[in-house]
Unconditional design. Structure first.
Length: 243
């Protein structure tokens, strides 16, 4: 029998936390855990209302990153009635010491049947590239692009994706403020005529530290897989632990 949404969510988060705790105990340990809750949305009430992110630096040049979204198909549902999930589990391996390139494996799982998706690719951390590093440091920006060149799922065709990820700080204003997000751009996917041929999913989150580990967050979302209400703005709180 298929596990409930709550059991799957707990299993996913606990697995990620276990990796994170193992990395924190190692000499090279570094990572974070954040829990995001969005009680207010401007355009799409049924969008994800909880997001959990986990990152961990592992031994032997490996690293781990995951995101998990929870939402309800009913906009009037409470937190204990969340019934839809989407998660990305990423394992990355830096190809050499001091190299800005990583081999990547991404495993996508979501509620429903026959819709999981897995990808292999190469990530280029531009902000860690020697001839670009100083320019990115000058504007306090971390930026990477992941080329998901191989995709394994239920779809036919040569589908691939470019994923951009960024994090920017503003120390000249305050150490409490940050901007972070991603842009996913998919190619060669068989999509309905009403949708763009190369749909984009993107999020940009502005966060301001209120006290210690608690942040006020505002997140702009773009989802071109929706036929209407492509844009959304979510406002909420984030609890974040780093090590």
């Amino acid at each position: 029998m298929e596990h409930s949404i709550h059991s799957r969510f707990v299993a996913i988060v606990l697995s990620g936390l276990s990796l994170a705790l193992l990395s924190a105990q190692s000499q090279a340990g570094k990572g974070f855990f954040d829990f995001n809750y969005y009680p207010y949305m401007t355009d799409v009430d049924g969008d994800n209302s909880i997001t959990v992110n986990i990152a961990a630096k592992l031994p032997k040049r490996f690293s781990y990153f995951s995101l998990t979204n929870l939402r309800s198909d009913d906009s009037d549902s409470t937190l204990d009635e969340l019934d839809t999930y989407y998660t990305e589990q990423n394992i990355r391996w830096q190809i050499a010491e001091d190299s800005p390139l990583d081999l990547t494996a991404q495993f996508n799982f979501r509620s429903g049947s026959d819709n999981d998706r897995h990808r292999l690719g190469v990530r280029w951390r531009l902000s860690n590239t020697p001839w670009l590093e100083q320019a990115f440091k000058a504007v306090h920006l971390n930026y990477a692009v992941n080329f998901h060149v191989l995709q394994f799922d239920h779809e036919d065709g040569d589908v691939w994706q470019i994923e951009h990820a960024f994090n920017m700080k503003f120390p000249y204003l305050t150490d409490r403020l940050y901007l972070a997000g991603f842009v996913d751009h998919t190619f060669n996917q068989d999509v309905p005529d009403a949708l763009p041929k190369r749909p984009i999913v993107a999020e940009a989150q502005v966060g301001f530290q209120l006290v210690d580990k608690l942040y006020l967050i505002s997140e702009y979302r773009l989802n071109q897989y929706r036929r209407s209400d492509v844009n959304n703005l979510a406002i909420g709180l984030q609890y974040k632990m780093t090590w």
